[in-house]
Design a binder for this molecule. Structure first.
Ligand code: ATP
Length: 478
């Protein structure tokens, strides 16, 4: 299938440069030369990530009556990772270059890495320098550390490589505490850590990242229907709640030979990045594998008694597991536009208004106190309803450009006429249209404009859906 949308090959570089300049994200500990594949989120990035987390939380917890939230510890009893299979099999094949560059690569990524560097996928040797590669050996991706003062084997623990195991080991406690009946889900958001062999493409693949995961426990036999339900619901979330263009999204069902041994159906939500399709979220039918493994290893009963039928069984689980960092990168990338306005380049992030760091910027036309006093007090008033920023630096034209670049949907200008007519101008980011609005009704006017902005975001996301056609439909297996 041809790609539904052309994607500029150097989009990532342009976006990364904008994001550093404006404070979305940048390398961690840069004053010491940085540290590989670890990132910091700046003032705008931290704000925007919180918005994305909140959207997920709203859709997956607050608006549902069948999901409970938890927060579990990052370091767990190491037996958790033995039972889950991570100690034995959470590995990637690693190869070393014996040529001039001496780099390490993931053996199963070599084809892609060569393609990214403009070489044939099946070219022999190292993707970088062409040098001879060693035989692949398995490398465990879990970070190890020690609990307590003695650094011996008995004290060895792991930083969690996923948040999901917290939901499995706490399943019985949550059922007991909430008196939940099946089907129901347990959700959490939090940091995970993987010692990735070849982190790549900025924050797409990092060694510390944040996941948003939910384990949906259901009766065996109903799991495939729930899998299909969650595929549809999660695609809807990316498109409708976050405004990601459907034409650049697809739901890809894993082939039989790609499925994990415990899964009967897995589909990935993928986005078309400049380097190809990349996974944002995996939706897996994990059967009863995890609960059974923990039952066997811990000796605790994690089965469920269905009072309606007098049946006892080990629940099946459907897991939608999304990455916050990849979602955040996707939303920035999908929103990035360059256009020409009156002979000048305008960069604009057409972010969904529920995702953008700010919703409303308040800008006095000049630094004259008559204007700044009004503008400051207006911004403080609007803070109660919207995410607002006040900015009085530079010319008004440059401030509009800056707000466009950081994706603020509305900019309110206080000018000298305001002192006479008690009205301000609202400028809308995408169309750059301006309307004059009385200060008395400003909150309502902003609300109306944001409603229009949400509708426009939805329209944009869906229009692309029509072009992509069937790729947005869930597929089933098993
Ligand atoms: P991949 O195949 O890209 O390594 P995965 O299939 O191992 O990903 P899962 O274990 O299904 O990923 O994790 C769920 C989600 O967590 C992924 O869809 C992704 O959004 C996120 N994620 C996983 N690994 C990383 C990473 N190293 N950096 C950033 N996000 C990640």
């Amino acid at each position: 299938m041809p790609p539904p949308d052309p994607v500029a090959p150097d989009l990532l570089e342009r976006l990364v440069s904008l994001c550093k300049q404006r404070g979305f994200f940048f390398g961690s500990s840069e004053i010491y030369g940085g540290i590989n594949a670890l990132y910091d989120y700046g003032p705008l990035g931290a704000r925007m990530r919180r918005n994305v987390r909140n959207l997920w939380w709203r859709a997956m917890v607050e608006l549902r009556d069948d999901v409970e939230p938890i927060e579990t510890s990052i370091i767990m009893n190491p037996q958790v990772w033995v039972a889950s299979g991570h100690v034995a099999t959470f590995t990637d094949p690693l190869v070393d270059c014996t040529g001039s560059c001496r780099k390490r690569w993931r053996a199963d990524h070599l084809g892609d890495l060569r393609r990214e560097r403009g070489k044939p996928e099946d070219a022999p040797g190292c993707p970088e320098c062409g040098g001879r590669l060693t035989e692949a050996r398995q490398f465990n991706l879990m970070f190890r550390t020690h609990l307590g003062p003695v650094a011996d084997d008995a004290a060895q623990v792991y930083l969690r490589p996923e948040t999901a195991q917290g939901m499995f080991v706490d399943f019985a406690t949550v059922v007991q505490a909430t008196r939940r009946r099946l089907p129901f889900g347990i959700a959490q958001q939090g940091k995970s850590f993987r010692n990735e062999i070849s982190p790549s493409n900025s924050i797409f693949r990092t060694r510390e990242f944040e996941q948003m995961e939910m384990e949906f426990f259901c009766k065996p036999g109903t799991d495939l229907d729930w899998h299909s339900y969650w595929c549809t619901e999660r695609m809807r979330w990316w498109i409708e709640d976050c405004g990601v263009r459907a034409g650049r999204l697809r739901l890809r069902a894993h082939d039989e030979d790609e499925l994990s041994h415990y899964s009967v159906a897995t589909s990935d939500v993928e986005y078309l990045f400049p380097w190809g399709w990349g996974e944002l979220e995996g939706i897996a039918d994990r059967t009863d594998f995890d609960l059974r493994s923990h039952m066997e290893a811990s000796g605790r009963d994690l089965s469920y008694f269905e009072t309606e039928t007098n049946e006892r069984y080990v629940p099946y689980v459907v897991e939608p597991a999304a990455g916050l960092d990849r979602g955040f990168l996707t939303m920035l990338m999908d929103a990035y536009h360059e256009e020409e306005v009156r002979g000048e380049k305008r960069v604009v992030l057409r972010l969904h208004p529920d995702v953008s760091p700010w919703q409303v910027a308040v800008l006095p036309l000049s630094k004259k106190p008559q204007l700044t006093e009004v503008a400051r007090s207006l911004e403080q008033r609007l803070r109660n309803r919207f995410r607002t920023e006040y900015d009085e630096t530079q010319s008004i034209g440059r401030r509009y450009r800056r707000q466009d670049e950081i994706g603020t949907p509305l900019a309110i200008t206080v000018d000298f006429d305001t002192l006479d007519d008690n009205a301000v101008t609202i400028r809308e980011r995408d169309g750059m249209t301006q309307v004059r609005v009385p200060i008395d009704t400003l909150e309502q006017a902003c609300e109306d404009q944001l409603v229009a902005s949400r509708a426009a975001a939805l329209d944009r996301a869906r229009t692309a859906a029509d072009q992509a056609g069937q790729s947005a439909q869930p597929q089933r297996q098993g």
